[in-house]
Ligand binder design. Sequence first.
Ligand SMILES: [Ca+2]
Ligand SMILES: [Ca+2]
Length: 201
Amino acid sequence: MSTVTLDSDGNGLPETQLEYEYDDSGIRVAQTKTVDGNGDGDFVDPEDTAERTDYLVDHQNRTGYPQVLEERVDGQLTKSYLLGLDVLAQALALNELHYLLTDGHGSTRGLVDATGQPLTGQIYRYDAYGVPLGFDPSTAATTLLYSGEQLDQLTGLQYLRARYYDGHRPLHAARSLLRRTASARHSAQVPLRWGGSLKQY
Ligand SMILES: [Ca+2]
Ligand SMILES: [Ca+2]
Protein backbone atom coordinates (compact mmCIF):
# COMPACT_ATOMS: atom_id res chain seq x y z
CA MET A 1 0.00 0.00 0.00
CA SER A 2 1.23 3.50 -0.76
CA THR A 3 -0.51 6.77 -0.07
CA VAL A 4 -0.23 10.19 -1.68
CA THR A 5 -2.16 13.29 -0.69
CA LEU A 6 -2.65 16.20 -3.06
CA ASP A 7 -2.86 19.85 -1.99
CA SER A 8 -3.72 21.44 -5.31
CA ASP A 9 -4.20 24.99 -4.05
CA GLY A 10 -1.16 24.90 -1.74
CA ASN A 11 -3.05 26.00 1.39
CA GLY A 12 -1.57 23.24 3.52
CA LEU A 13 -4.79 21.19 3.61
CA PRO A 14 -4.84 18.23 1.21
CA GLU A 15 -8.14 17.76 -0.59
CA THR A 16 -7.50 14.41 -2.28
CA GLN A 17 -5.94 11.20 -1.01
CA LEU A 18 -4.80 8.37 -3.26
CA GLU A 19 -4.10 4.92 -1.86
CA TYR A 20 -2.50 2.32 -4.12
CA GLU A 21 -2.50 -1.44 -3.60
CA TYR A 22 -0.09 -3.92 -5.15
CA ASP A 23 -0.18 -7.66 -5.69
CA ASP A 24 2.47 -10.09 -4.42
CA SER A 25 4.62 -9.46 -7.49
CA GLY A 26 4.55 -5.71 -6.88
CA ILE A 27 2.13 -4.76 -9.66
CA ARG A 28 -0.50 -2.13 -8.92
CA VAL A 29 -3.99 -3.63 -8.70
CA ALA A 30 -6.13 -0.92 -7.09
CA GLN A 31 -6.42 2.79 -6.42
CA THR A 32 -8.75 4.38 -3.89
CA LYS A 33 -9.36 8.10 -4.31
CA THR A 34 -10.84 9.87 -1.31
CA VAL A 35 -12.01 13.48 -1.56
CA ASP A 36 -12.11 15.63 1.57
CA GLY A 37 -15.76 16.62 1.48
CA ASN A 38 -15.84 18.86 4.56
CA GLY A 39 -12.59 20.71 3.87
CA ASP A 40 -10.76 19.89 7.11
CA GLY A 41 -7.77 18.24 5.45
CA ASP A 42 -8.43 14.67 6.59
CA PHE A 43 -10.22 11.77 4.96
CA VAL A 44 -12.11 10.08 7.81
CA ASP A 45 -15.39 12.02 7.96
CA PRO A 46 -18.81 10.90 6.72
CA GLU A 47 -18.70 13.77 4.20
CA ASP A 48 -15.42 12.45 2.72
CA THR A 49 -16.18 10.26 -0.30
CA ALA A 50 -14.11 7.38 -1.65
CA GLU A 51 -14.01 5.82 -5.11
CA ARG A 52 -12.16 2.59 -5.73
CA THR A 53 -10.66 1.55 -9.07
CA ASP A 54 -9.57 -2.06 -9.48
CA TYR A 55 -7.11 -3.04 -12.19
CA LEU A 56 -7.34 -6.58 -13.58
CA VAL A 57 -3.77 -7.32 -14.64
CA ASP A 58 -2.72 -9.86 -17.26
CA HIS A 59 0.72 -11.12 -16.29
CA GLN A 60 0.97 -13.50 -19.26
CA ASN A 61 0.66 -11.60 -22.51
CA ARG A 62 2.66 -10.91 -25.66
CA THR A 63 3.85 -7.41 -24.73
CA GLY A 64 6.50 -8.75 -22.34
CA TYR A 65 5.15 -6.80 -19.35
CA PRO A 66 2.16 -7.15 -17.07
CA GLN A 67 -0.68 -5.08 -18.61
CA VAL A 68 -4.01 -3.85 -17.33
CA LEU A 69 -6.84 -5.73 -19.06
CA GLU A 70 -9.81 -4.15 -17.30
CA GLU A 71 -10.57 -1.23 -15.02
CA ARG A 72 -13.56 -1.29 -12.69
CA VAL A 73 -14.74 1.74 -10.70
CA ASP A 74 -16.66 0.72 -7.58
CA GLY A 75 -17.22 -2.67 -9.19
CA GLN A 76 -18.50 -1.38 -12.54
CA LEU A 77 -16.50 -2.15 -15.67
CA THR A 78 -15.40 1.19 -17.15
CA LYS A 79 -12.56 0.33 -19.50
CA SER A 80 -10.96 -2.70 -21.11
CA TYR A 81 -7.88 -3.08 -23.29
CA LEU A 82 -7.01 -5.07 -26.39
CA LEU A 83 -3.52 -6.55 -26.21
CA GLY A 84 -1.28 -7.75 -29.02
CA LEU A 85 2.46 -7.29 -29.14
CA ASP A 86 1.61 -3.95 -27.48
CA VAL A 87 -1.57 -2.38 -26.16
CA LEU A 88 -3.61 -1.92 -29.35
CA ALA A 89 -6.91 -0.40 -28.28
CA GLN A 90 -9.15 0.58 -25.39
CA ALA A 91 -12.87 0.04 -25.08
CA LEU A 92 -14.84 2.47 -22.93
CA ALA A 93 -18.14 0.79 -23.68
CA LEU A 94 -19.78 -1.33 -26.31
CA ASN A 95 -19.38 0.41 -29.68
CA GLU A 96 -16.77 2.77 -28.25
CA LEU A 97 -13.46 1.29 -29.29
CA HIS A 98 -10.39 3.50 -29.68
CA TYR A 99 -7.25 2.28 -31.43
CA LEU A 100 -3.98 3.80 -30.27
CA LEU A 101 -1.74 5.33 -32.92
CA THR A 102 1.83 5.08 -31.71
CA ASP A 103 5.20 6.41 -32.86
CA GLY A 104 8.48 4.52 -33.04
CA HIS A 105 9.10 5.15 -29.35
CA GLY A 106 5.81 3.53 -28.41
CA SER A 107 4.21 6.82 -27.35
CA THR A 108 0.55 7.27 -28.20
CA ARG A 109 0.18 10.13 -30.70
CA GLY A 110 -3.52 9.93 -31.43
CA LEU A 111 -6.69 7.84 -31.31
CA VAL A 112 -8.96 6.56 -34.06
CA ASP A 113 -12.37 4.97 -33.69
CA ALA A 114 -13.38 1.53 -34.93
CA THR A 115 -13.99 2.92 -38.44
CA GLY A 116 -10.54 4.55 -38.57
CA GLN A 117 -11.76 8.11 -38.03
CA PRO A 118 -9.44 10.26 -35.86
CA LEU A 119 -10.92 11.43 -32.57
CA THR A 120 -11.20 15.22 -32.56
CA GLY A 121 -8.69 16.96 -30.31
CA GLN A 122 -6.84 13.76 -29.45
CA ILE A 123 -3.41 14.58 -30.87
CA TYR A 124 -0.54 14.09 -28.43
CA ARG A 125 2.95 15.58 -28.60
CA TYR A 126 5.75 15.38 -26.04
CA ASP A 127 9.18 16.80 -25.41
CA ALA A 128 12.21 14.53 -25.03
CA TYR A 129 11.33 13.80 -21.38
CA GLY A 130 7.69 13.05 -22.06
CA VAL A 131 6.28 16.38 -20.93
CA PRO A 132 2.99 16.89 -22.83
CA LEU A 133 3.08 19.65 -25.44
CA GLY A 134 -0.11 21.42 -26.45
CA PHE A 135 -2.57 19.13 -24.70
CA ASP A 136 -3.80 18.51 -21.19
CA PRO A 137 -3.06 14.90 -20.15
CA SER A 138 -5.61 15.10 -17.33
CA THR A 139 -8.41 15.35 -19.90
CA ALA A 140 -6.96 13.13 -22.63
CA ALA A 141 -9.23 10.33 -23.81
CA THR A 142 -6.60 7.74 -22.89
CA THR A 143 -4.21 7.34 -19.98
CA LEU A 144 -1.74 5.40 -22.16
CA LEU A 145 0.37 8.32 -23.34
CA TYR A 146 4.16 8.90 -23.30
CA SER A 147 5.99 5.62 -24.08
CA GLY A 148 2.57 3.95 -24.07
CA GLU A 149 2.55 3.61 -20.29
CA GLN A 150 -0.25 4.41 -17.85
CA LEU A 151 -0.41 8.02 -16.68
CA ASP A 152 -2.08 8.79 -13.39
CA GLN A 153 -4.19 11.77 -14.41
CA LEU A 154 -4.42 13.13 -10.87
CA THR A 155 -0.75 13.12 -9.89
CA GLY A 156 0.67 13.56 -13.40
CA LEU A 157 3.02 10.63 -12.68
CA GLN A 158 3.52 7.71 -15.00
CA TYR A 159 3.24 4.23 -13.55
CA LEU A 160 6.21 2.15 -14.73
CA ARG A 161 5.53 -0.90 -12.54
CA ALA A 162 8.74 -0.71 -10.46
CA ARG A 163 8.58 3.06 -10.11
CA TYR A 164 6.76 6.26 -10.98
CA TYR A 165 8.09 8.82 -13.45
CA ASP A 166 7.70 12.61 -13.45
CA GLY A 167 8.47 14.00 -16.90
CA HIS A 168 8.53 17.59 -15.56
CA ARG A 169 11.66 16.62 -13.67
CA PRO A 170 13.64 13.83 -15.36
CA LEU A 171 13.44 11.72 -12.26
CA HIS A 172 12.20 8.31 -11.36
CA ALA A 173 10.60 7.95 -7.98
CA ALA A 174 11.09 4.44 -6.69
CA ARG A 175 7.78 2.91 -5.69
CA SER A 176 9.26 1.92 -2.35
CA LEU A 177 9.83 5.62 -1.69
CA LEU A 178 6.28 6.39 -2.62
CA ARG A 179 5.11 3.67 -0.28
CA ARG A 180 6.97 5.22 2.63
CA THR A 181 5.89 8.73 1.80
CA ALA A 182 3.11 9.89 4.09
CA SER A 183 2.11 12.80 1.91
CA ALA A 184 3.19 14.72 -1.13
CA ARG A 185 1.99 18.17 -2.00
CA HIS A 186 0.71 19.08 -5.39
CA SER A 187 0.74 22.55 -6.88
CA ALA A 188 1.03 24.16 -10.26
CA GLN A 189 4.67 25.09 -9.68
CA VAL A 190 5.87 21.92 -7.96
CA PRO A 191 3.86 18.96 -9.24
CA LEU A 192 4.77 16.69 -6.35
CA ARG A 193 6.99 16.89 -3.31
CA TRP A 194 8.25 13.56 -2.07
CA GLY A 195 9.06 12.68 1.49
CA GLY A 196 12.19 10.77 0.54
CA SER A 197 15.13 11.26 -1.77
CA LEU A 198 14.85 10.71 -5.50
CA LYS A 199 16.95 8.72 -7.92
CA GLN A 200 18.10 10.63 -10.98
CA TYR A 201 18.69 8.88 -14.30
CA1 LIG B 1 -5.70 22.40 -0.29
CA1 LIG C 1 -12.45 15.45 6.00
